[in-house]
Design a protein around this ligand. Structure first.
Ligand SMILES: [Zn+2]
Length: 361
């Protein structure tokens, strides 16, 4: 087990590539990967490796400063709105002209560079310009979750490092390394839908196993009446509320920390509002992922039934034929619910419709 700063990242390939680049840095890097691949963590680790005399040992004062966000030479450029504004990019350029105070590099970090814009007040060309001939001891670290065509020229001025979304096994290994028990790491990794952040919340949630059991037992509890279907829809909604508790707890801790820090720095209302909006987005995403997990758990149960009944039907069991038709209908209803999940605002109605479609009145 490697214990340098890159050991914190998921995916051994990512860590290997970044370790190599940290020893021979060029003036700009673009780290590209889906949100679940941990672009933010990779940028932080890379910045630490650039400042560390041992290329990211994770324990020296230089590494610790970067990991704690207190290295004055590592500057994360902030964005007030959804898209980058020209003056924010110019701030990045201004910072890039500074001489580093310490013995490392002047590191300028910009996340979500896909949110630069062309058009009336174009921040994409400003970004391009700032990447032109930076001073020798400056390194730009850019992060993006996608690469629109408008950014091709920006990308061509950077070394592009692609980060892969982690596999369940990668996530499980990462949780174990963070001290999570084998059982909890296994369950959380497989329920995390490829997101390390989600896996960390789930690893800290003793009720996860009970929720998965609820969804697995659902098909057996359904055969009944509309009243049963309604009651189960309400139980499912209650389960989603329950799933939100650990996330809400960790968001509250993060918000309190931000309040402390911004108190020291003079406090910016805009960054507080941004943080609140971000919390709401995270909560919505987590809830929808939780329901996706529930739907896929039930789907797996029906798929097992389908496989069993198809075999029985081949052996001439006529009742199995009948069950196959019913199971296919239910699998359709589950797929339809999954489709609706991305667009609907009414989760209650979705659950009600689903539970009625799954029931056999
Ligand atoms: Zn170090």
């Amino acid at each position: 087990m490697v214990t340098d700063v890159f050991g914190r990242l998921v995916g051994p390939a990512t860590a290997g590539a970044l370790r190599h680049h940290a020893r021979h840095p060029v003036h700009a890097y673009l780290l590209l990967g889906p949100a679940a691949s941990g672009v933010h963590d990779a940028l932080t680790a890379f910045a630490a490796a650039l400042q560390c005399p041992d290329y990211g040992c994770a324990t020296c004062p230089a590494c610790r400063r970067v990991l704690e966000g207190t290295d004055p030479d590592v500057v994360w450029i902030e964005r007030a709105g959804l898209a980058w504004r020209v003056d924010e990019i110019r701030e990045a350029e201004r910072v890039s002209r500074r001489r580093p105070l310490g013995g490392g590099y002047q590191v300028v970090v910009l996340e979500d560079v896909e949110l630069t814009v062309a058009g009336a007040s174009p921040s994409a060309p400003a970004l391009l310009k700032s990447l032109e001939e930076p001073p020798a001891r400056t390194v730009f670290l850019l992060g993006a979750s996608e690469l629109p065509g408008a950014l091709d020229t920006v990308a061509s001025r950077c070394v592009l490092v692609r980060l892969a979304a982690p596999s369940d096994a990668d996530i499980e290994e990462r949780l174990r390394a963070e001290g999570v028990s084998a059982d909890a790491a296994h369950t959380a990794a497989h329920a995390a839908l490829g997101s390390l952040e989600r896996a960390r919340v789930l690893a800290d949630d003793p009720a996860l196993v009970a929720r998965l059991d609820w969804w697995r037992a659902l098909p057996d509890r359904l055969a009944g009446t509309p009243a049963v279907a309604s009651a189960l829809a309400r139980e499912a909604a209650g389960l989603l509320d329950e799933a939100m508790v650990p996330l809400e707890r960790s968001l509250a801790v993060a918000a309190a920390r931000e309040r402390d820090e911004s108190g020291q720095l003079g406090g910016r209302a805009s960054s507080r509002r941004e943080l609140e909006a971000q919390s709401r987005r995270e909560q919505r995403r987590f809830r929808s992922e939780e329901l996706t997990l529930g739907l896929s758990t039930v789907t797996a149960v029906y798929r097992e039934r389908l496989a069993r009944d198809l075999e029985a039907s081949r052996d001439g069991d006529a009742r199995a034929d009948h069950r196959v038709a019913g199971t296919l209908r239910r699998l359709d209803a589950l797929a339809e619910a999954q489709r609706r999940l991305s667009t609907t605002l009414d989760e209650g109605l979705l659950l009600h419709d689903l539970l009625f479609a799954l029931s056999d009145f």
